[in-house]
Design a protein around this ligand. Structure first.
Ligand SMILES: *Cc1c(COP(=O)(O)O)cnc(C)c1O
Length: 513
């Protein structure tokens, strides 16, 4: 699917809906009065898709046409591929809708929205056990569009700080590198590439899908700006051992910061494993990101970036923006954005409190454990840890069987036909022989829904078992055709077969998150 759309050539464009009109002639449809949507001419015409139409369309017709098209998207509640929030209470939905027209960056005009962001930063920083000594270390933070932006900011801060140090020492500051697991989310590859930082990977193995702390610290050299540790990898949901990395750095007297990518785990671990030291309790952890729109329980897009103290957020990166009269320090990649998501985060934190978050996360953990047990009974191999040791998700694969002609991708497609989106993945480099499926247990995935899914998994397996090899081959061809639906336009030729990413080089499937 393309997010970067390529503009069609004119000879490919056929748009009956865009009739040319002379600027002085009457607008063609002015006299038409539509009394019903499906009786109007628009219902019988192709919707404009390449050229902006000259004429107008009645609002109820436009709205109905778009709604009807979107109804063919998947049902977000059945999308078990994503960590991103699909349920919020009506009360806050209404407030968020009312806030659509507020531009968050306009601090002068909307000082209360800015104040609400600052309250969120304070609460989240404390949840992550930040230092709060005004005469010593005192945490800083900002809202972002999501963890990706927060990770870009964290990476920039580490790079700039390293460069400043190298310049002060009169040393080469042109070849920065960063150490991370090959199972990182794609935004880390982007951050490194966009900001000219060499990627140094600790590779997964057939049995280890998290970073090896020793290997990570061994990779650190004088050009290393930092180590990324993931609190909840996207494949198996395991928490990387941040403390082991921290302790090795301390033990060896290495001056290298850690950034924790807590995109998913940041709102889970503090409630399920409060004693797990992964955050600012560890002296080498200088910055943390978390997605408000994952287990922070807010609709997309909101994320948070936090720094241990201003020392780790170099001055050159922060701009004092005097916007419409008020001065406000700003460290973001973009300028304007809606205020609704930040407000939504504040609602969730004061509405639920720690007790509310804990009871939700406990339920999700129980449901994930139940699902693991049931899938195990069906013969699946469970790859996630369960029992609250990692994220509330279930990663699993089919048992090894050389005679079986179908794989995880085939099972995923069968489930898709029942409306469930349960993705299949190829694991990260050096473990790419492994394929797996993953169900993310989100707030609105109750035990009842879990039971429905389990029944459908059983049916899918029975179905596939009943097919002979020829039928499976036919079915897989059908799957490929389905994916290449002509209406879902393909990537422009220039970007096809991209070979510079971990996915391009090793066939790693980037987890949907
Ligand atoms: C989701 C995720 C990201 C990207 O976060 P967004 O909020 O989607 O930008 C980065 N890292 C990890 C570990 C994730 O799970």
């Amino acid at each position: 699917m393309v997010h970067l759309a390529s503009v069609k050539n004119d000879d490919e464009v056929f748009d009956p809906a865009s009739r040319k009109i002379d600027s002085l002639s009457p607008i063609p449809d002015e006299s038409e009065i539509y009394t019903n949507v499906y009786g109007s001419r628009f219902a019988a015409e192709h919707l404009p898709d390449h050229v902006m139409p000259e004429g107008e369309m009645p609002r109820q017709v436009a709205a109905r046409m778009i709604r009807d098209e979107l109804s063919l998207d998947g049902n977000p509640k059945l999308n078990l591929a994503s960590f991103v929030t699909t349920y919020m209470e009506d009360e806050i939905e209404e407030i968020m809708t009312d806030s659509f027209s507020k531009n968050f960056i306009d601090y002068e005009e909307y000082p209360h929205s800015a104040e609400i962001q600052n309250r969120c930063v304070n609460m989240i920083a404390r949840l992550f056990n930040c230092p709060t000594d005004p005469n010593g270390e005192n945490a800083m933070g900002t809202s972002t569009i999501g963890s990706s932006e927060a990770i870009m900011l964290g990476t920039l801060a580490m790079k700039k700080r390293w460069q400043n140090k190298r310049k002060a020492e009169g040393k080469d500051w042109t070849r920065p590198n960063i150490v991370m697991n090959s199972a990182v989310q794609v935004c880390w590859e982007k951050a490194a590439r966009y900001f000219d930082i060499e990627e140094k990977y600790v590779y997964c193995t057939e049995s280890r899908f998290v970073i090896d702390p020793q290997q990570a610290v061994d990779l650190v050299d004088e050009n290393t700006i930092g180590i990324c540790a993931i609190l909840g990898t996207t494949y198996t949901g395991e928490y990387e051992d941040v403390k082991a990395i921290n302790d090795l750095l301390v033990e060896r007297g290495i001056d290298c910061p850690i950034h924790v990518d807590a995109a998913s785990g940041g709102f889970v671990a503090p409630f399920i494993q409060p004693d797990l030291a992964w955050d600012f309790r560890l002296e080498k952890v200088v910055s943390i990101n978390v997605s408000g729109h994952k287990y922070g329980l807010v609709y997309p897009g909101v994320g948070w970036a936090l720094w241990r103290s201003p020392e780790y957020l170099p001055k050159e990166l922060v701009f004092n923006i005097n916007y419409l009269g008020a001065d406000q320090a700003s460290f973001t990649l973009n300028f304007s954005k809606g205020a609704s998501q930040v407000i939504g985060q504040y609602y969730q934190m004061i509405r639920l409190g720690k007790h509310g978050y804990r009871s939700i996360m406990v339920n999700l953990t129980r449901i994930a454990d139940y699902m693991s047990d049931q899938l195990k009974q069906m013969g699946m191999i469970i790859m996630s840890q369960g029992k609250g040791k990692g994220l509330p998700l279930v990663a699993f694969r089919l048992p090894p069987n050389p005679d079986r002609v179908y794989d995880e991708f085939t099972v995923a497609h069968q489930l898709r036909e029942r409306g469930w989106v349960v993705p299949a993945y190829t694991m990260a480099p050096h473990s790419e022989k492994l394929q797996m499926m993953r169900v993310v247990v989100r707030e609105d995935f109750s035990m009842n829904r879990c039971d429905s899914l389990l029944i459908d998994v059983k049916l899918a397996l029975q179905n596939l078992e009943s097919m002979d090899e020829a039928m499976i081959t036919k079915y897989q061809a059908h799957m490929r055709n389905h994916r290449a639906h002509p209406r879902h336009k393909q990537t422009h030729a220039q970007y096809q077969g991209e070979k510079h990413s971990l996915q391009g080089q090793h066939g790693k499937t980037h987890g949907v998150c």
